[in-house]
Design a protein around this ligand. Structure first.
Ligand SMILES: NC(=O)c1ccc[n+]([C@@H]2O[C@H](COP(=O)([O-])OP(=O)(O)OC[C@H]3O[C@@H](n4cnc5c(N)ncnc54)[C@H](O)[C@@H]3O)[C@@H](O)[C@H]2O)c1
Length: 352
């Protein structure tokens, strides 16, 4: 029998989830969807041939026996919708960031454990060929001991609009929206070391820059009077329990030469960049850059499909979930610590 799917929050990213479910053919069926804005739920239902649409997720959960639920709402609704779905006996994939803060993330993880259900976090970058190739090189010893890493996701002009600048709905700016991807990806590639100390700084010098047209991701939520009370730039140093340090830079808006995103890992044998996928090392007494052939990149559509497949496979016991609730909680602890450090001006130890 097909796994029955419900999708909560029917904006931009929900379509990537829906396409992922459709790619699984008759293994799954999207039977219900829900958005607090009725036209959005209706439009999603029409586009993806969904029988039942709702404006309240609790009604959707009561009236349908769902196996899989995607939570694709704005960030402030992640915890409430996820916990409701888990309590209704569903397995859940919740978009990144897992929650507004670590406390909410812990409550979500506990709800999954109490109900014996899977809670996966939408860390889609873990699904990329770049992540798999980097882990392969590291596991085979090519980098040696990795003691420093850099994760950047800088947009010169890329505020997504909608609710993304409203702290009460988003929880923060580029750090919680973009930084979350690259911090998680770097930590994942490094073997998920435990974060222990964080120093962070945030700035709001430029603001929304909404008068300039952007080509970056845009929220489908139309807001009459847009709020921008989040940071436009965040930087951080994160020290892990193995002594390694990760430096993070992430912005919605920054007067930089060009937007950029990359992960760089520095080992005592070689360094590795992901974009392009290259080893930086030495050869025969000379400095050498080795370009690795093949498809070693991240592909948005392919890797969303992989993420949804991994979710369905993990629920059916056919694969390990590669982005667990534990990973989501660790990430939220890091983000909380960066924001606290930025507020106090002091480094923050992550409590256990
Ligand atoms: N993985 C990625 O690469 C990626 C990319 C973009 C967005 N996202 C994440 O996806 C989520 C949604 O982002 P988006 O760009 O699709 O936003 P969006 O504004 O396009 O859509 C969000 C939708 O959620 C609905 N909603 C809000 N609260 C709800 C509730 N309680 N019940 C039902 N519906 C509710 C809104 O009405 C809206 O239609 C965010 O958490 C964002 O961080 C992830």
């Amino acid at each position: 029998m097909a796994l029955k799917v419900g999708v909560i929050g029917n904006g931009g990213i929900s379509r990537c989830h829906a396409r992922g479910y459709k790619a699984l053919g008759d293994r799954v069926e999207i039977v219900a969807c829900c958005d607090i804005v009725e036209e959005k739920a209706k439009a999603f239902a029409e586009e993806f041939d969904v029988k039942n649409y709702y404006t309240d997720c609790k009604t959707m959960l009561e009236e349908n026996e769902l196996d899989l639920v995607s939570v694709c709402t704005w960030n402030s609704a992640h915890a409430e919708c996820t916990i409701a779905a888990l309590n209704a006996g569903c397995n859940v994939i919740c978009e990144k960031p897992m929650a507004m803060n670590a406390q909410q993330a812990i409550e979500m993880k506990e709800a999954a454990e109490k109900n014996g259900k899977l809670l996966m976090v939408g860390f889609v970058r873990r699904q990329g060929n770049d992540a798999a190739a980097a882990i392969d090189f590291i596991n085979k010893g090519y980098l040696g001991d990795i003691y420093f890493a850099k994760a950047t996701y800088l947009r010169r002009c890329g505020f997504p609009g909608g609710w993304f600048g409203n702290k009460s709905l988003s929880g923060g700016g580029p750090l919680i929206d973009l930084g979350v991807h690259v911090i998680d990806l770097t930590r994942y590639i490094m073997g998920n070391p435990r974060p222990v100390t964080v120093f962070g700084a945030t700035f709001d010098k430029i603001g929304a820059r909404s008068h300039i047209k952007t080509t970056a991701w845009e929220s489908e939520t139309v807001v009459e009077k847009p709020v921008f009370d989040v940071e436009d730039l965040a930087v951080a140093m994160i020290r892990f329990d193995n002594g390694a340090v990760l430096q993070v830079e992430t912005s919605f808006n920054l007067n930089t030469k060009s937007s950029s995103g990359d992960i760089e890992l520095f080992g005592d044998k070689a360094g590795l960049t992901l974009e392009p996928f290259e080893l930086h090392t030495e050869c025969n007494g000379r400095i050498a850059d080795i370009s690795i052939s093949g498809d070693n990149g991240f592909d948005f559509d392919r890797d969303f499909n992989r993420e949804i497949k991994n979710f369905a496979d993990a629920v059916e016991g056919k694969a390990q979930c590669i982005a667990t609730a534990d990973d989501g909680v660790e990430l939220m602890k890091i983000l909380d610590a960066v924001y606290l450090s930025a507020k106090t001006g002091k480094s923050v130890d992550i409590a256990r």
